[in-house]
Design a protein around this ligand. Structure first.
Ligand code: FES
Length: 115
């Protein structure tokens, strides 16, 4: 079974303590949408328009879409082009698992806010 695994880091990444959740790999959905499926909203100030950089994540393993020139330009501006991807521009591809790390400041847990 192909999955997208999110590791939501509870502490700064050097400590590597995280809460892990996964979704099935839905063709055509970017990582931002995958996170919404498991009710963990990633920061996305521009609404997924490749303009804010608040959705930056780290793809640890797995095959994902190639970085386009607009994404690369924004990440270069933000200083994270070598380790980060924009979740709104990054699509899982292939059949292998995709593991994604999300720092605490970049996600909101919506699982416990429903009535
Ligand atoms: S949500 Fe703004 S760049 Fe991804």
């Amino acid at each position: 079974m192909t999955r997208v695994i999110f590791r939501f880091l509870d502490k700064p990444s050097q400590n590597k303590q995280y809460d892990e959740q996964h979704t099935e790999q839905y063709k055509g959905l970017n990582l931002l949408a995958h996170a919404q499926i498991i009710e963990r909203s990633l920061q996305s100030r521009c609404g997924g328009q490749n303009a804010c950089g608040t959705c930056r994540v780290r793809v640890v393993t797995g095959t994902v879409s190639a970085m386009n020139s607009e994404e690369r330009a924004l990440l270069e501006k933000l200083g994270g082009q070598n380790v980060h991807r924009l979740a709104c521009q990054c699509f899982p591809e292939g059949v292998d698992e995709v593991i994604v790390e999300v720092p605490q400041e970049r996600f909101k847990d919506a699982r416990h806010t429903k009535e």
